[in-house]
Design a protein around this ligand. Structure first.
Ligand code: TXA
Ligand code: MG
Length: 333
């Protein structure tokens, strides 16, 4: 079982030493928990793919302290400069060309010529990156295809026996993953809606391209964004207007539907930030065999709602019938 650490200076130093020794360390960011390995170490990065059951064609986000550290491993451009100045540290991942001779494992790019870079704002992530002194590759700390973790307990429950250390920094305040933006093209292309909203990005750099709707054919530039993802074991029914007595209800807003076997409300006040922070923990809590399905009330698509709806649509996407998690694992992260 993974060793659990807190966030004292001594604990952070111990976690940093484990990273530098090539081991796997799960740590909190403001979006979700990441499963970290030093991004310059091929074997450590390969161990991430093995622990998650992640297919090798799906690249990893490399975490850095700041834009200066990003410039050392990527071919930086003016769009990246403006976005980093406004949104870093934060919930934004920028896809850029790898710098020639960048000391990063090829596997973080899944063999491609780009790298996804993020400077997280969470103080524990920042302290760990600073103490490690190297870029850290980290996907969400969940088995491929399953729901992302927003607490240390979530990580322990699904990956605890496959990783060395879990740094417990409490629940993640944003609760959905970072926005992934490809800035190698003009206009930049939204590959994954996330914690920084489309509207906030467009204020700084104008209209974005993408993403293709979930399940659309064009997934070429966005290898992790295949249709079924973030998937609980129970089927999900979206935009529910009624609920059955054998269903669980994921409600939103002041008037939850009545009659469900059990109800959790993403935000009784109809607040999208609160809903994002609750989303993955509530999906897990309702994913129990006694319910036939999880019915989800409509969530508006503006602001953080775009990321919430994206995750819900993928969680509801059709999967292969038997042992769908194993099949999902072949498809994505
Ligand atoms: O909030 C987050 O982004 C969390 C925390 C831990 O940073 N990480 C995360 O990683 O969600 P992951 O691996 O679960 O999702 C990363 C997404 C995937 O869809 C992957 O395909 C995409 O980012 N990605 C990473 N590098 C890329 C690249 N070079 N080109 C295109 N897409 C990339
Ligand atoms: Mg993930």
């Amino acid at each position: 079982m993974a060793k659990r650490l807190g966030t004292s200076a001594g604990d952070i130093e111990q976690a940093a030493q484990a990273l530098r020794a090539g081991r796997l360390v799960a740590f909190p960011t403001e979006t979700v928990y990441g499963l970290g390995a030093v991004a310059t170490n091929d074997r450590a990065v390969a161990a991430i793919f093995a622990a998650k059951g992640r297919p090798r064609f799906n690249p990893l986000i490399v975490h850095v302290t700041d834009a200066g550290a990003a410039r050392a491993v990527a071919r930086w451009n003016e769009t990246a400069e403006r976005l980093a100045a406004r949104f870093w540290p934060g919930a934004l991942t920028l896809v850029l060309p790898r710098a020639g001779g960048a000391p990063l494992a090829l596997l973080v790019s899944a063999g491609g010529d780009t790298v996804g870079l993020r400077a997280p704002a969470h103080p524990v992530a920042q302290a760990l990156l600073t103490a490690t002194g190297l870029p850290v590759a980290a996907p969400s700390a969940n088995p491929a295809g399953q729901v992302s973790p927003t607490t240390a307990d979530h990580v322990a429950a699904s990956l605890g026996d496959r990783i060395d250390i879990i740094v417990d920094g409490g629940p993640c305040p944003i609760g959905v993953e970072s926005t992934v933006l490809d800035v190698t093209c003009t206009p930049p292309r939204l590959l994954r809606p996330g914690g920084v909203t489309r509207a906030a990005l467009e204020v700084v750099i104008g209209p974005l391209a993408g993403p293709a709707p979930p399940g659309a054919a064009d997934q070429g530039r966005s290898p992790g964004q295949l249709a079924s993802h973030y998937a609980p074991a129970r089927p999900l029914r979206l935009d529910a207007a009624t609920v059955a007595a054998d269903e669980a209800l994921l409600a939103f807003g002041p008037q939850p539907l009545e009659g469900a076997a059990e109800t959790l409300n993403l935000s009784p006040r109809g607040d999208l930030e609160a809903a994002a922070a609750n989303l993955f923990a509530m999906l897990r809590a309702l994913d129990r065999p006694e319910f036939r399905a999880i019915a989800v009330m409509p969530v508006p698509g503006h602001g953080l709602g775009e990321a919430i709806r994206d995750r819900l649509i993928r969680a509801a996407a059709p999967r292969a019938q038997a042992s769908h998690h194993r099949v999902d694992a072949l498809l994505d992260s």
